[in-house]
Design a protein around this ligand. Structure first.
Ligand code: ZN
Length: 151
């Protein structure tokens, strides 16, 4: 039995097919993987060891951006419009910390919603001791200009 809180936090996804025999999860004609968080951390550690923290973070950002854009395309295909600032905030809230994957996912999602090219810069970061992660997403030229003033 589910508690009220569990029901509220569960996301009902139409057309979600979990085939226990095959061990596959499909939704909207796409195959999904359920990956333990530990595996993600392991991938981050390997990337950092092999490429250094800056390049590893850049890799994670680009992969996240691709994923965020794909997520919005799937959501739109499924009729789940994510357009308002509140809906984008809801996506941001479930990402946790922003660096790497999270910032990329959000940037890719916003770019797909606005149908334009976007970049982002994190201006506050939990990983650096701030209370929360905060990123500004905008046109690449504006973000580059902002990055120059912050450095
Ligand atoms: Zn952060």
């Amino acid at each position: 039995m589910k508690t009220k809180a569990q029901k509220k936090s569960a996301i009902a996804v139409k057309d979600l097919i979990l085939d226990q025999k095959k061990g596959t999860l499909n939704a909207y004609g796409e195959r999904f993987l359920l990956i333990p968080v530990k595996l993600i951390h392991s991938i981050e550690d390997r990337l950092t060891e092999s490429l250094g923290p800056v390049t590893a973070n850049s890799f994670e950002y680009e992969i996240g951006r691709e994923g965020g854009s794909k997520f919005i395309q799937l959501a739109q295909k499924a009729g789940l419009g994510i357009k308002t600032a509140q809906e984008i905030q809801r996506v941001a809230d479930v990402l946790g910390t922003m660096s790497g994957w999270g910032k990329g996912i959000l940037t890719g999602a916003v770019a797909a919603i606005l149908k334009s090219s976007c970049e982002s810069i994190e201006v506050s970061c939990q990983g650096k001791g701030d209370k929360f992660c905060e990123a500004i997403i905008g046109e690449p030229r504006e973000i580059n200009r902002l990055a120059d003033t912050i450095r």
